[in-house]
Write a protein that binds this ligand. Structure first.
Ligand code: TXA
Ligand code: MG
Length: 347
């Protein structure tokens, strides 16, 4: 298949999106930038178009898609919030933005989108190109991350090209993504002022607690699920974000961790570390830097491209530093732990 690449850098380029928006509405797949990661979009009301997403990505059919709309009020056409007051507070505080809400679905949403669940995940992105595309297409757009299933999510158009060139008719190149990690997913409780966090992301737990009294964490966030256990977000059970070489997290005192990482680096392994570590470990082409130790925003932006970087090197094992559990650090750590398959070594 021919893939047309459309460059978009500002609203001055909006007209370049008209053809792709029309094709999207008529059932074609369009990869597009959002503030979190690139998405692979299909008309959510067209089950065949949605099925084509699964094929292009090699995605397991039991993993439902997020539906994107251009305003929070449009979510109400596709879902019924069981806790309208909590939904309104989420919308006022975080939409448009990197937040996905799981709500009871209306009949109009096809099973091909929700993998036959009674709920639908909805998001209103803030990226201006995504917003224009959604407005022009004038349909809800089902979109998972625009990577081959299992690979790190794409945070730049080049990553989408690596995975999907020749498999989809349109890729919109909007430069690199601001957040760099997929959206935060929450499930509001029907009659308590409580949210369950299904996936940490750009909206942090601290921020969510400004609109609810309690935040519960789905058990898939804290470790490997036991036989028979299911995460609330079906996609959280897969070993995601994985470069080809196995990844291991390393924790312990700074002195021990850095000594351990220096040894692995000398042996030819890949190492992911913080800015501050470079002067101790020394420059190396097998060293990838996430950002400053406390600069979680930078770590979030860099993480997926650094995991992809190792795929183009010859390393056969990767060892990584892990950030703390607060603020956006939680989301960065969650993706790293998933890349590690929760394998962490204490040194
Ligand atoms: O930032 C994002 O959310 C990006 C951009 C493109 O918007 N999209 C994204 O989609 O990350 P994807 O498909 O890679 O991840 C969607 C996650 C999966 O873990 C899936 O299981 C979960 O959302 N999900 C979708 N519908 C759900 C539902 N009804 N209930 C629970 N989880 C759901
Ligand atoms: Mg994904």
């Amino acid at each position: 298949m021919d893939t047309k690449i459309i460059r978009w850098r500002s609203h001055a380029d909006d007209d370049a999106l008209i053809e792709a928006a029309e094709a999207l509405k008529n059932g074609a797949l369009v990869a597009f930038p959002t503030e979190t990661v690139y998405g692979l979009g299909a008309n959510a009301l067209n089950p065949d178009a949605c099925r084509a997403i699964y094929e292009a990505k090699g995605r397991p059919s039991d993993n439902p898609l997020i539906v994107h709309v251009d305003s929070p009020s449009k979510m109400l056409q596709y879902a019924e919030p069981e806790n309208p007051a909590l939904f309104d507070r989420l919308a006022a505080a975080f939409m448009p933005g990197p937040l996905t809400v799981v709500l009871k679905k209306k009949k109009i949403v096809p099973d091909a989108v929700t993998a036959s669940l009674p709920t639908v995940a909805l998001r209103c992105p803030i990226h201006p190109a995504a917003h224009t595309l959604l407005r022009l297409a004038d349909v809800p757009v089902a979109a998972p991350s625009a990577n081959t299933s299992g690979r790190p999510s794409p945070t730049a158009a080049e990553h989408v090209l690596e995975d999907l060139y020749g498999k989809v008719p349109y890729i919109i190149d909007g430069g690199s993504c601001d957040v760099g990690l997929e959206s935060t997913i929450v499930l509001p409780h029907a009659n308590r002022n409580t949210l369950t966090l299904l996936r940490p992301g750009g909206v942090t737990p601290e921020e969510l607690l400004t609109v609810c009294d309690h935040l519960e964490f789905d058990k898939a966030l804290t470790g490997v699920l036991k036989e028979g256990e299911q995460p609330l977000a079906p996609g959280m059970k897969y070993r995601h974000y994985a470069p080809k070489a196995p990844v291991t997290g390393v924790v312990g005192s700074d002195e021990n961790v850095l000594a351990f990482l220096a040894e692995r680096l000398a042996e030819g392994c890949g190492v992911l570390c913080f800015d501050e570590d470079v002067k101790i470990l020394g420059a190396s082409k097998r060293l990838a830097v996430l950002g400053g130790r406390w600069d979680y925003a930078m770590q979030a932006r860099e993480l997926f491209s650094k995991l992809r970087f190792f795929d183009s090197s010859d390393v056969t094992a990767i060892f990584t530093r892990l950030p703390e559990d607060d603020l956006l650090g939680l989301a960065v750590k969650n993706r790293l732990l998933k890349a590690c398959g929760f394998s962490v070594l204490e040194v």
